[in-house]
Design a protein. Structure first.
Length: 182
C-alpha cells in the first residue's frame, strides 16, 4: 500500500498538464509508425491519384485547345468560302449584266438590220412600181397625145416609130419643164 501512497504522492506533486515521460515515448513511437505507414502506403497512392487527375486535366486542356484551334480553322475556311461565294456571285451578276447588254445590243442590231432590209425592199418595190407607173403613164399619155395630135393635124398618126418619137419628145419636154419649175 505504501507503493500506492507513493505513486499517489508522486502524482500529486506532478503537473497535470505535462504528460509522463513514458506516455510521450509511446505516443512518439505510435506517431512514427503512423507516419511511416502514411509515407510508405497512403502518400504514393494519393500522389498517383493526383498525378492521374492532373494528367487528365492537362489532356482535357490540350483537347480543348486543339478543338478551339480546329474551330478557328473551320471558321477561317468558312469565311474564305463565304468571301469566294460572294465574289463569284458578283462575277455572275456582272456577267449576266454584260450578257444582258450584249443581248440587247444584238436585238437592236437585228432590228436595225431587219428595218434596213424592209426599207430596202420597200424602196425597191416602190421604185419598181414607179417604173411600172411611168411606163403605163407614158403609154397612156402617148396614146392621148397621139389622139390629140391627130385631131389637131387632122390625120391619123399610125406609124408607130414616128408616133413613139413624138411621144418621147413630148415627155422629155414635160420632164424638163418640171425640173425647171422645181
Amino acid at each position: 500500500m505504501q507503493n500506492l501512497v507513493t505513486v499517489a504522492a508522486e502524482a500529486a506533486s506532478q503537473n497535470p498538464l505535462i504528460p509522463a515521460l513514458y506516455d510521450i515515448g509511446w505516443s512518439a513511437l505510435c506517431l512514427v509508425i503512423i507516419l511511416l505507414v502514411v509515407w510508405r502506403f497512403a502518400l504514393p497512392r494519393v500522389t498517383k491519384m493526383l498525378d492521374e487527375r492532373s494528367a487528365a486535366i492537362e489532356g482535357n486542356i490540350e483537347k480543348a485547345d486543339a478543338a478551339q484551334k480546329e474551330a478557328e480553322a473551320v471558321l477561317t475556311e468558312y469565311n474564305k468560302q463565304l468571301a469566294d461565294a460572294r465574289r463569284e456571285a458578283g462575277e455572275i451578276r456582272e456577267s449576266a449584266h454584260g450578257d444582258g447588254k450584249k443581248i440587247v445590243a444584238e436585238a437592236k442590231a437585228q432590228a436595225t438590220a431587219e428595218a434596213e432590209r424592209v426599207m430596202t425592199s420597200a424602196q425597191t418595190q416602190i421604185e419598181a412600181e414607179r417604173q411600172s407607173a411611168m411606163v403605163s403613164l407614158r403609154t397612156e399619155v402617148g396614146g392621148i397625145a397621139l389622139d390629140l395630135a391627130g385631131n389637131v393635124i387632122g390625120e391619123s398618126l399610125s406609124d408607130d416609130q414616128k408616133a413613139q418619137s413624138v411621144v418621147d419628145r413630148f415627155l422629155a419636154d414635160l420632164e424638163a419643164s418640171e425640173k425647171a419649175a422645181k
